[in-house]
Design a protein around this ligand. Structure first.
Ligand SMILES: *[C@@H]1O[C@H](CO)[C@@H](O)[C@H](O)[C@H]1NC(C)=O
Ligand SMILES: *[C@@H]1O[C@H](CO)[C@@H](O)[C@H](O)[C@H]1NC(C)=O
Ligand SMILES: *[C@@H]1O[C@H](CO)[C@@H](O)[C@H](O)[C@H]1NC(C)=O
Ligand SMILES: *[C@@H]1O[C@H](CO)[C@@H](O)[C@H](O)[C@H]1NC(C)=O
Ligand SMILES: *[C@@H]1O[C@H](CO)[C@@H](O)[C@H](O)[C@H]1NC(C)=O
Ligand SMILES: *[C@@H]1O[C@H](CO)[C@@H](O)[C@H](O)[C@H]1NC(C)=O
Ligand SMILES: *[C@@H]1O[C@H](CO)[C@@H](O)[C@H](O)[C@H]1NC(C)=O
Length: 831
């Protein structure tokens, strides 16, 4: 092909980007230049025409020509074979200009040819089959293996950018993906569901088909390759250990290993968390996961412990749920029995028969109940004095019941015995002291000083606690014993228990006291009868007679009393949307003196209710609103008609049942939501809605949607859960300003109510992840700067108009221009 033809053919297809210092696009003098040429192009293409200045007459090409680049003596640089970037990405050439003798007169100057990539290489997995394994319950998103492919094309261009994908997961139940792949790196990890649901018992292995595409996977023309991945699911060994039993009061060296936990992989950081926040927490864990008790425990202080073992990664992030560790402290017999008192005192009457029970002596033991460690045995080891003989008393070995063993006692032999009772558990013995007092027999009855205390007149409102009468009986038995102590009992005339008698232990005097309010209307007159008794039984043959009884007459006087409501609180329940004038409840009161009653309300702060003064029925008089008051509380007043117009008050509580009458709304003013501008990737914000209506125990279950169709190109809303949703941008092309996005939230109630809210999202430049410039949150309200701007613009416009009018008066031209200027310039004033 002749050079001339070549030139004319190829100049059209010549492709080059311009180096520096060029005069023309396709020709020029010899200078350092750089050309970029796509690989794989038809060969024999002209690159550039160099012009020689005398005395130069020809050119010479040297360097990395690879026999591809040629130069004609007239300076036409071209190449004869298709370039291949993967063979050589940059060719460094030199061109010299030669004179007629072949001596270099210019140069050599460097000429650089950059070979531009085309997608002429397919991505290829390094292996056709991969194998990996993952532990059950591994953290979602944490890579456990990766696949890797190469593509010889330039990784700086889409041709060499790889995009990984999982195409098939087997087995696949209900299309739930347990695995995910990082589309850039090929790292494979578990999804949320995978982390929760994978179970080697159900299915120990999975097979994935993964694909890799070049061109970032973004075009139809990308090449692809696939590989198979076998994944073994291994059992999770992060499991709570069996409950541990530790013997208390251990003498072994501490810390003492008691159990262990283990994370699925090495390198986890373990710690313990004390559920009960004890002042001293006696457990520790080391970095092998071994758990220790750090000191001897005391079951009698705390008999069990529950705490958590936590595994974290190197960044302090928990790897999984904490494990609950249970420790039970095992009892040992480390507590001696203890006596109930320093000295325990019993009484026995003289002349009581053999075998008579004196009482039961009970010691205690802090060791665990119902075990051998706390079973006690009793034994009498000493008796003083031994008069008339030793062994007068017996104790039952396991119950501690004391009995008279040998003979009846005589107070004149000795009035008192001291016993030492030995109490033992399997490891300890404790001596306790018991005193037995021999008391006179109860052969005397209490005798009242008089049998009739006359009459007492009281007003019915005499206060509770008032002493209304003092009575006295005497007993000739030994003082300060159960045989002489007197208990007064009211046996007649006070079935309601309004009175009681307290005895002075020194004098046996009885004080008759009001224990409950008196009531003229139930009993205006009563005849009260007392009986005086001893706590100890009388000896046989002696009985209480008429001298142990006394009486008095109680006369009450009437007091005008306020009406009495039948209840302290009246309750009623209605739907919040009841019609006006609906009966919502009623109250009743009664006047003790039988007077008529009129009802009224007080504290009806919202003016919702009225009461029928005669019947006590309560009606609504205004719309009710549960969201204002879920339980509306007012007082009802009953006033007697006539008499002293006494009144009393009770409460009326009206529970309002919810009706779905509030649309959902945003939980707060979201003024600070922002997305960093310019966007490198689609951004999103999270928001929360609420509803003033009463919610089911599951909480609200809102659904979310964009408020208008035309937002759908730029935004999307996705529900996170019943209250939260995410607003995301669909692309990255947003202006740096405030957007207010209409969102409709539906409460799915019955009937459903929908609210439209405006979520303000600011696009702003970010510094360290926060909005750099506080942006106006109020769209359309001018700031000071804007106001000044508008003012200046206005003045300018007025100026222009004046000028135009002035010019027009002189010269009737440029009419259109002026009108255009007015409409555009005045615009901001309208908003
Ligand atoms: C994948 O293979 C390429 C080429 O062999 C290598 O440069 C790269 O580091 C590998 N990727 C990973 C994650 O090992
Ligand atoms: C690739 O993965 C990233 C992050 O996981 C994700 O944001 C992006 O949408 C994915 N690209 C495609 C094309 O799916
Ligand atoms: C431990 O046992 C010994 C006897 O075995 C006892 O003296 C000590 O009080 C016990 N300590 C505790 C804390 O119970
Ligand atoms: C019994 O012991 C008490 C001290 O606890 C003592 O005062 C009293 O005299 C003793 N009685 C007899 C009869 O030993
Ligand atoms: C009751 O018995 C005592 C002796 O125990 C006697 O003194 C008294 O007179 C008797 N009273 C009556 C009313 O019989
Ligand atoms: C009024 O209330 C009483 C109980 O407080 C109830 O027995 C009665 O039926 C009520 N009357 C009406 C008309 O609702
Ligand atoms: C709903 O999702 C938000 C954001 O992820 C979270 O903070 C909130 O606790 C979730 N609420 C419930 C009830 O799960």
């Amino acid at each position: 092909m002749s050079p001339v033809l070549l030139r004319s053919l190829c100049l059209l297809t010549l492709y080059l980007t311009i180096g520096y210092g060029l005069e023309g696009k396709f020709s020029g003098p010899l200078k350092p230049m750089t050309f970029s040429i796509f690989e794989g192009q038809e060969p024999s293409q002209v690159i550039f025409q160099f012009k020689a200045n005398p005395p130069a007459v020809s050119f010479e090409l040297t360097g990395e020509t690879d026999n591809i680049f040629m130069i004609q003596s007239d300076g036409l640089l071209y190449y004869v074979r298709a370039l291949d970037r993967e063979t050589r990405a940059t060719h460094h050439l030199q061109i010299s200009a030669l004179d007629a003798q072949g001596a270099t007169v210019e140069g050599p100057v460097p000429i650089t040819i950059e070979v531009k990539d085309i997608n002429d290489n397919r991505p290829m997995f390094l292996q056709s089959k991969y194998e990996g394994s993952v532990r059950q319950n591994s953290r979602p998103g944490k890579p456990f293996m990766y696949v890797n492919a190469t593509d010889l094309d330039d990784p700086a261009t889409p041709n060499g950018q790889l995009f990984y994908q999982i195409v098939i997961q087997l087995p696949n139940v209900n299309n739930v993906m347990y695995f995910q792949i990082n589309n850039k790196t090929g790292e494979i990890s578990l999804t949320q569901q995978g982390s929760q649901e994978l179970d080697p018992v159900k299915n120990p292995s999975y097979n994935l088909v993964v694909s890799v595409q070049d061109m970032g996977g973004q075009t139809e023309n990308s090449f692809s390759d696939t590989a198979s991945v076998d994944i073994n699911v291994k059992e999770n060994i992060w499991k709570a250990p069996e409950p541990v039993e530790i013997e208390e009061n251990s003498t072994a060296a501490h810390p003492l290993k008691i159990t262990q936990v283990q994370w699925n992989e090495p390198g986890a950081h373990y710690s313990l968390s004390d559920r009960d926040k004890l002042p001293v927490f006696p457990f520790s864990i080391d970095q092998e996961g071994d758990i220790y008790v750090t000191q001897p425990l005391d079951r009698e202080k705390k008999d069990s412990y529950t705490f958590y073992a936590i595994a974290k990664d190197e960044n302090g992030k928990p790897l999984a749920f904490p494990l609950e560790i249970h420790v039970k402290v095992k009892d040992i017999n480390d507590n001696p029995p203890t006596c109930p008192f320093p000295v325990t005192v019993f009484e026995i009457q003289e002349n009581e028969g053999l075998g008579s029970s004196i009482g039961t002596f009970t010691a205690s033991d802090m060791d665990e109940k119902n075990t051998i460690n706390s079973i006690l045995k009793y034994k009498i080891v000493a008796q003083t004095p031994q008069i008339p003989t030793d062994g007068l008393f017996l104790v039952e070995e396991y119950t501690g019941k004391l009995q008279l063993a040998k003979q009846a006692l005589k107070k004149r032999d000795t009035p008192q015995y001291n016993l030492t009772v030995e109490v033992s558990d399997p490891g300890f013995k404790t001596s306790c002291f018991v005193q037995i007092n021999v008391i006179d027999i109860n052969d005397q009855i209490p005798i009242f000083e008089k049998s009739d205390y006359g009459s007492v007149t009281l007003s019915e409102d005499t206060a509770v606690g008032t002493i209304i009468l003092t009575i006295q009986a005497t007993d000739a038995d030994e003082p300060f014993t159960g045989s002489s102590k007197i208990l007064y009992r009211i046996i007649q005339g006070d079935s309601e228990g309004r009175l009681g008698v307290d005895t002075d232990p020194q004098t046996n005097r009885g004080y008759v006291t009001i224990k409950k309010p008196l009531d003229f209307e139930t009993a205006a007159f009563s005849n009260i009868v007392f009986k005086a008794e001893n706590p100890e039984p009388l000896v046989s043959g002696v009985t209480y007679n008429a001298s142990s009884f006394a009486s008095f007459k109680l006369i009450l006087t009437d007091v005008n009393e306020a009406p009495v409501f039948s209840q302290d609180v009246f309750q009623a329940k209605v739907r919040e949307d009841v019609a006006i004038n609906t009966k919502v409840g009623n109250v009743t009161a009664r006047d003790p003196e039988g007077l008529n009653i009129r009802y009224s309300l007080s504290g009806d702060t919202r003016g919702w209710l009225k009461i029928d003064p005669v019947t006590g029925e309560i009606f609504s008089v205004a719309p009710l609103d549960r969201e204002a008051e879920s339980v509306y509380q007012v007082q009802v007043v009953a006033t007697e008609v006539g008499g002293s117009s006494l009144k009393s008050t009770s409460n009326f509580h009206l529970t309002l049942m919810d009706v779905n009458d509030n649309p959902p709304r945003l939980v707060k003013d979201y003024t600070g939501l922002f997305i960093c501008h310019p966007l490198t990737a689609p951004g999103s914000v999270i928001f929360e809605a609420t509803d003033d209506d009463q919610q089911s125990f599951r909480g609200p279950q809102f659904t979310f949607a964009l408020g208008s169709e035309n937002l759908k190109n730029d935004w999307e809303v996705s529900k996170i859960n019943g209250t939260h949703a995410r607003l995301s941008t669909k692309h990255t092309n947003f202006e740096e300003r405030l957007y207010k996005i209409a969102i409709s939230i539906n409460d799915e109630g019955r009937p459903p109510l929908e609210g439209t809210v405006f979520l303000p999202v600011t696009f702003c430049p970010c510094v360290e992840g926060s909005c750099f410039r506080p942006v106006d949150t109020q769209e359309g309200r001018p700031t000071v700067a804007m106001a000044v701007g508008i003012l200046l613009t206005t003045l300018l416009v007025i100026g222009i108009i004046l000028a135009v009018v002035f010019i027009r008066m002189k010269n009737d031209k440029g009419k259109d221009n002026v009108e255009n200027a007015q409409t555009t310039e005045v615009q901001p004033l309208r908003s």
